[in-house]
Design a protein around this ligand. Structure first.
Ligand code: HOZ
Length: 428
C-alpha cells in the first residue's frame, strides 16, 4: 500500500475550504472511490505526490502536456517572459506569433482570437455562430463536452457524466431551449433535426473525436456528412478541438480527417500547461467580433504573455512532426499491450485509440456513442484504476475521460505500464 498521509491531510484541509476539496469535480476520485493524491511535482512522464510516491502519468494535466511535464523549452520560455511582465492588457508580440502559428498550421483558420479556457472558446464560438447566422439553435451531441457553458451542459460528458450530472442544476430551461441534443454517429437524427428546424439552426458543435465520454471515433463519412448538411443549410460547422487540436497532428482532427469546419475551438496543448483557449475560423465570420463587428467577446488576461510564451514554445517544438510520429507509435504499443493483458486475463475490453489518445472500456461491444460508452462496467474500471495506481501508474480517475501519451513517455514506461496491467487485469 502506498503512503498517502500527506495527501490525506491536505485533502482534509481542502474539504474545509474548497467545495468537494477540488477545483474541478472529476479530480475528486468520486467515480472510482477513495481520495485524490496531491501533486507536488511533475516532470517528463511522471508526477510525484505529497508523500513522495511517483506515478507514470497518462492524464498529462488532461491533455496539455504533449511534450511531457515541465519541458525545458516551456520552462525557459515562461521564465524569460515573466522577467518582462506577467500581464500587460495591451497587445504584445507573442500573441501575434501565436496567431501566426495557429493560422499556418490549421488551414480552416484564417483568423484566431485567444481567450483563457476551452469553455470560453466554445462559449464565444457559439455566440459568434449565432451572431453571424442570425439564428438561435445549436445542435450538440450526447456525451460531447464543451466545457461548462450553460447552454451546452446538456447530456454533457467529462466530470458532468462522471458524476452522473450530464444536465447541471442551475441552468434554466430557457438557456437550453435553443440546444438540440442528438446521439453521435447517427446520420438520420441530424437529417431529421434539419428537416424540422433547418432555417433556425446556427450550427453544429462537436468534438470531432468525442473524448469526454471515454473515446470513440466518428464512423466513416460521418464528419463529411455533417460538413455537407451544415453547408447545405447555411449553418456553421464548429469543431471543438480543445482536446484534439495540435494533439492529433498540427492540424488536429480536421487535418486527420480532411474536413474544413467554419469555426474551431482550441485549448490545452496550445497553452503549454498554462490557462488558455482560442477560437478561430473563416475571416468573414471572425470579423463579426468586436471591435470590427457586433459580437462582443473580451478578456483581461486574453493573450497573456506567459501563456503565449508557453504555447508558442510547444507549437514550435511540434512543428517538424517528429513528436507525433513518436507518440503515435507509443500509443499503438500501449493499446496492443493492454489488449494482450486483457486477453490473457480473460477480461472483455474495448481499447479505443486515435494517435496518442486512448480509452479502455470494460465492455464487450465496440463503442460508437454515449449509450455504448455507458455500458462499460464502471466497477471494474474502478478496480482497474486503483490496481494501476497502486502499481505506480496514473490513469484518469474516470471511465469517461481519455488517456494521453506524451513525448516524454518511452518504450520503458509503456513496458512498465503493460506489465502492471497484466497483473491488475488478472486480479479483476
Ligand atoms: N476538461 C477536462 C476533461 N476532459 C477535465 C479537467 C478537470 O476537470 O480537471
Amino acid at each position: 500500500m502506498r503512503l498517502s498521509a500527506e495527501s490525506q491531510a491536505l485533502f482534509d484541509k481542502a474539504l474545509q475550504w474548497i467545495p468537494g476539496g477540488v477545483n474541478s469535480p472529476v479530480r475528486a476520485f468520486r467515480a472510482v472511490g477513495g481520495n485524490p493524491f496531491f501533486a507536488v511535482r511533475a516532470n517528463g512522464a511522471t508526477v510525484r505526490d505529497a508523500d513522495g510516491n511517483e506515478y507514470v502519468d497518462y492524464v498529462g494535466t488532461w491533455g496539455p502536456a504533449i511534450l511531457g511535464h515541465a519541458p525545458r523549452v516551456v520552462v525557459d520560455a515562461v521564465k524569460s517572459a515573466a522577467e518582462h511582465g506577467t500581464s500587460f492588457g495591451i497587445p504584445n508580440p507573442l500573441e501575434v506569433r501565436m496567431a501566426e502559428l495557429v493560422v499556418n498550421a490549421v488551414p480552416s483558420v484564417e483568423k484566431v482570437r485567444m481567450c483563457n479556457s476551452g469553455t470560453e472558446a466554445t462559449m464565444s464560438a457559439i455566440r459568434l455562430a449565432r451572431g453571424f447566422t442570425k439564428r438561435g439553435k445549436i445542435i450538440k451531441f450526447e456525451g460531447c463536452y464543451h466545457g461548462h457553458v450553460d447552454s451546452l451542459l446538456v447530456k454533457a460528458g467529462s466530470g458532468a457524466l462522471t458524476l452522473g450530472q450530464p444536465d447541471s442544476a442551475g441552468v434554466p430551461l430557457e438557456f437550453t431551449s435553443q440546444t438540440i441534443v442528438l446521439p453521435f454517429n447517427d446520420v438520420q437524427a441530424v437529417r431529421e433535426a434539419f428537416a424540422a428546424h433547418g432555417p433556425d439552426i446556427a450550427g453544429i458543435i462537436l468534438e470531432p473525436v468525442p473524448a469526454n465520454a471515454g473515446l470513440y471515433l466518428p464512423r466513416d463519412g460521418y464528419l463529411e456528412f455533417l460538413r455537407e448538411i451544415t453547408a447545405g443549410h447555411e449553418s456553421l460547422l464548429i469543431f471543438d478541438e480543445v482536446m484534439t487540436g495540435f494533439r492529433l497532428g498540427l492540424a488536429g482532427a480536421q487535418g486527420r480527417f480532411g474536413i474544413t469546419p467554419d469555426l474551431s475551438c482550441f485549448g490545452k496543448v496550445i497553452g503549454g500547461g498554462l490557462p488558455v483557449g482560442a477560437f478561430g475560423g473563416r475571416g468573414e465570420i471572425m470579423d463579426c467580433l468586436a471591435p470590427d463587428g457586433p459580437v462582443y467577446q473580451a478578456g483581461t488576461l486574453s493573450g497573456n504573455p506567459l501563456a503565449m510564451a508557453a504555447g508558442v514554445a510547444v507549437l514550435e517544438a511540434l512543428a517538424d512532426g517528429s513528436v507525433y510520429k513518436k507518440i503515435e507509435a507509443l500509443g499503438q504499443a500501449l493499446s496492443d499491450g493492454l489488449a494482450r493483458a486483457a486477453e490473457s486475463a480473460g477480461v472483455a475490453v474495448q481499447l479505443q485509440r486515435i494517435g496518442s489518445m486512448s480509452c479502455c472500456y470494460f465492455n464487450d461491444a465496440p463503442v460508437h456513442n454515449m449509450a455504448d460508452a455507458m455500458k462499460s462496467d464502471r466497477d471494474r474500471f474502478g478496480n482497474y484504476f486503483h490496481g494501476m495506481l497502486e502499481a505506480g501508474i496514473y490513469v484518469a480517475p474516470s471511465q469517461f475521460e481519455a488517456g494521453f501519451i506524451s513525448a516524454a513517455h518511452d518504450e520503458a514506461t509503456i513496458g512498465r505500464t503493460i506489465e502492471a496491467a497484466v497483473e491488475v487485469m488478472k486480479a479483476l
